[in-house]
Design a protein around this ligand. Sequence first.
Ligand code: DX5
Ligand code: ZN
Length: 225
Amino acid sequence: MIGNRNIEIAPSILSADFSCLGEQIKAVERGGAGVLHVDVMDGHFVPNITVGLPVVKSLSGFTKLPIDAHLMITEPGRYATQFVKEGAQMVSVHVEADPHLHRTLMSIKDAGAQAGVVLNPSTPLGAVEEALHFADYVLVMSVNPGFGGQKFIPQSLDKVKRLRQLIDERQLNVRIEIDGGVDRKNIESVVAAGAEIIVAGSAIFGTPDAEAAVKELRNATVQWV
Ligand code: DX5
Ligand code: ZN
């Protein structure tokens, strides 16, 4: 797919050095990041525990970037609007964790944020087909959620392409986000497949210069901007 699209790099703070998180965020701002991706994990839906509401609250008062809260938690409907209240401008919930997606997505929108729905690598696109009409974005996981630094699952590209086609056919205003294992080598292929919000954790914070890493990822996508 070619044309004018709003490609944004979304650094995931999961791989950041939390002892100097503020400096790391300033670096990705200087690099031209479009969104700050915050991974919320509860140790139940995924086998890892990270950060939650208080961290989103302090970051929203600190950064000018919109905060994208990726909820990897059970019963996300119980907490989604609390993340909006603490300053997240985008909140996404996993389809595998929520039997009441319509209600949760609408509650996020009513609270004033963009609502996203997330698919694990083995979850078929059909699981979100109906929810497309109520979502602002779909997040395609290109690794199994839980940890940074995993290898990109190559079949995710075809999934993004098919999702792009579905969205375009229905003329919906739904953006595609991709998360997991994206780096300088494969970013062009994920953008070519149709993704617009590109999450990268270790490819940015795993390098000595996070600012330069964001710039490099952005430069690799200029032909689509
Ligand atoms: C994984 C998280 C990702 C993670 C990506 O469960 O959702 O956001 O931080 O990290 P990388 O880019 O290193 O795969
Ligand atoms: Zn994530």
